[in-house]
Design a protein around this ligand. Structure first.
Ligand code: AGP
Length: 611
């Protein structure tokens, strides 16, 4: 996920592009760059870090030009660096492109460009292949539009690409396939961008570009071509949102937007590593069968929400790989002289990859000889760089402090790792594996369906938002999810919430149950269902008010509960991928009713880089 902006017209392109990129930093912020044509020469300036770093690099240079393209990056191929930043240029310096998305066949195109055209690549990105390919074609065709058409015919993947050419400084060409692209219509100026917020200050009239369409922009005219390269007409879309709403794509808060992005995050995280036979491809991870068999112990270490993903990881890895797994919070792990040796696999989970406690625990484990694998969302972050192997989540940038889509994609990685190791080690057979993968593949759609019930959860929240304390209970995997539900509620609504394994209640905590005490009870594990019903009866007997979460069809629990939320039927092991979502939504709507600052809760930071 990256932000892209292009401009052609009577004003200075650099100022408009930098301004637009600042509005898109929520799409990615690990490096940024700009390309213009000044006095007949193509110039590119780019820098690792946010837009502020790019501005420092540009300094007082006005970069006077009427045409330009700019990019803010969220790394996928290649760590954040000056060289991997966009725009990318062709070897002869005549073409510059920016790209959002992924080129699946970049490897074969790259080999061909090296072999047949002696291209020397400067970056590790798939995107540079686009610049080089267009550059090579352009040498023959001498026409940017025709060159982009020809290049696109060779590419597979998802992309929004914007290209300019030194020898044709009067045009921009952009193309879209499965990545957002819009065109802004000005007077004597035209714009292209990945999202509306980048352009709102300048234009309110937009063309929404569809898949497989190509756009040719001059300062006076915008022409759209369909996949057959025929010119087509497009209705103008009049934007009525303000800039803030547009960044959130119409959602009131980033947290809600990110909750709704979970089906996409799950599908990306799964499908990017599945080959056509349903086999998990751990490209970039060098765990061999012999190494997997050698591990006598696995540690999963993380903080907060990522730690809660680790609790699910423990359950599933122990079940599928039959090796003991210990889960620890990072700030504890490093100070307790843990039993780590070269037969230990250490798994660090971190959305940001910059959490100091997690990083310190990782270093501790590494110094004792452990093999370190991390599950990280931010490409090229410190945790990723210091790990032996990295399993990236594909959640995209998470802006809200309360983690939602990072958690569910971390869970997906846990399932995939467990399945991969189990199959390699022979602790699960191929039939079991195949069925599990098929079940995982159904989850994005099931979650999409479930999200249509959000209004029911909003209604419950409106009735329950003024409770002073809330308990979350569950058994097995439901207990792991309870911890996450409780954290979500306390961090954004400031309600005192508490999670406990349901079977443990009677050993003390049940003393706190009084008439009206709100208990959110997860009963999504079929084999523990009857036990949960008994636990619910115990607290109902003390007057608690129970909101239960169960799978569709398990309706007998409704007799013992005050409110019911049903999640779609799915195998027990993967229910956390959905059962956490009503808890996220409940926390969100309660916090909203209480007037809290949902995306930036008090006392908290998105990335905790202190001890
Ligand atoms: C969860 O909503 C919090 N933002 C917090 O617990 C977070 O998960 C924790 O600080 C770990 O962050 P990381 O995943 O970036 O390492």
């Amino acid at each position: 996920m990256c932000g892209i902006v292009g401009y052609i017209g009577k004003d200075n392109a650099k100022d408009i592009i930098i301004d637009g990129l600042k509005k898109l930093e929520y799409r990615g912020y690990d490096s940024a760059g700009i390309a213009i044509v000044r006095d007949g020469k193509l110039e590119i300036k780019k820098h690792v870090g946010g837009i502020a770093n790019l501005e420092n690099l540009i300094g007082d240079d006005p970069m006077t030009s009427h045409i330009g393209i700019g990019h803010t990056r969220w790394a996928t191929h290649g760590a954040p660096s000056d060289l991997n930043a966009h725009p990318h240029g062709s070897q002869d310096g005549k073409i510059a492109i920016i790209h959002n998305g992924i080129i699946e066949n970049y490897h074969e195109l790259k080999e061909e460009l090296i072999r047949e055209h002696n291209i020397k690549f400067k970056s590790e990105t798939d995107s540079e292949v686009i610049a080089q390919l267009i550059g090579v074609i352009y040498q023959e065709k001498k026409d940017l539009l025709e060159s982009v058409f020809a290049a696109v015919d060779r590419m597979r993947g998802a992309y929004a690409i914007v290209a300019i050419a030194e020898d044709e400084p009067d045009k921009i060409v952009a193309v879209r396939k499965d990545a957002p692209l819009i065109v802004g219509l000005g007077k004597g100026s035209n714009f292209v961008a990945s999202d509306i917020p980048a352009l709102l200050k300048y234009v309110k009239e937009i063309y929404l570009i569809e898949n497989n369409e190509t756009v040719l922009l001059t300062s006076e005219k915008v022409t759209i071509f369909d996949e057959n390269r025929e010119e087509i007409n497009r209705e103008v879309f009049h934007v009525t949102w303000d800039a803030d709403a547009a960044e959130k794509e119409g959602y009131e808060h980033f947290m809600l937007k990110e909750i709704y992005e979970q089906p996409k995050g799950l599908s990306e995280t799964l499908n990017r590593r599945l080959d056509e036979n349903g086999k998990i491809n751990l490209e970039g991870i060098t765990l061999t069968k012999a190494e997997i068999e050698k591990f006598s112990k696995i540690y999963i270490v993380a903080c907060g929400t990522a730690y809660h993903a680790g609790l699910v990881g423990k359950y599933i890895i122990e079940k599928l790989v039959r090796v003991p797994v210990e889960v620890d919070v990072a700030s504890e792990f490093r100070y307790r002289d843990p039993l780590v040796d070269e037969n230990t696999l250490f798994i660090a989970i971190s959305q940001s990859g910059e959490t100091l406690d997690t990083l310190a625990a990782l270093r501790e484990a590494k110094s004792k000889g452990a093999r370190v694998l991390s599950v990280v969302n931010v490409v090229g972050s410190s945790v990723a760089r210091e790990s032996d192997d990295v399993f990236y989540t594909w959640a995209g940038p998470e802006i809200a402090v309360a983690s939602t889509k990072a958690y569910t994609t971390q869970l997906m990685c846990m399932y995939m790792l467990a399945l991969y190791m189990g199959l390699e080690k022979g602790t699960i057979d191929r039939d079991y594996y195949d069925q599990f993968i098929r079940d995982l593949q159904k989850m994005p759609e099931k979650l999409e369906e479930f999200l249509k019930k959000a209004s029911q959860i909003e209604d419950e929240a409106k009735q329950l938002y003024n409770r002073e304390q809330v308990f979350f209970i569950g058994r097995g995997l439901d207990s792991a999810v309870s911890y996450e539900g409780s954290l979500k509620l306390k961090e954004i609504s400031y309600i005192n919430s508490f999670a406990i394994a349901a079977g443990e209640l009677k050993h003390g905590t049940i003393a706190l149950m009084e008439p009206g005490t709100l208990v959110i009870a997860l009963a999504c594990q079929d084999f523990l269902y009857e036990k949960m019903v008994s636990n619910i009866q115990e607290i109902k007997a003390r007057g608690a008010y129970v909101m239960a979460i169960a799978k569709d069809g398990n309706e007998s629990i409704a007799k013992h509960s005050d409110k019911m939320i049903y999640i779609p039927e799915c195998r027990d092991e993967i229910t956390p991928l959905i059962s956490v979502v009503p808890l996220q939504l409940f926390a969100y709507y309660v916090a909203k009713e209480r007037g809290c600052n949902i995306d930036k809760p008090k006392n908290l930071a998105k990335s905790v880089t202190v001890e």
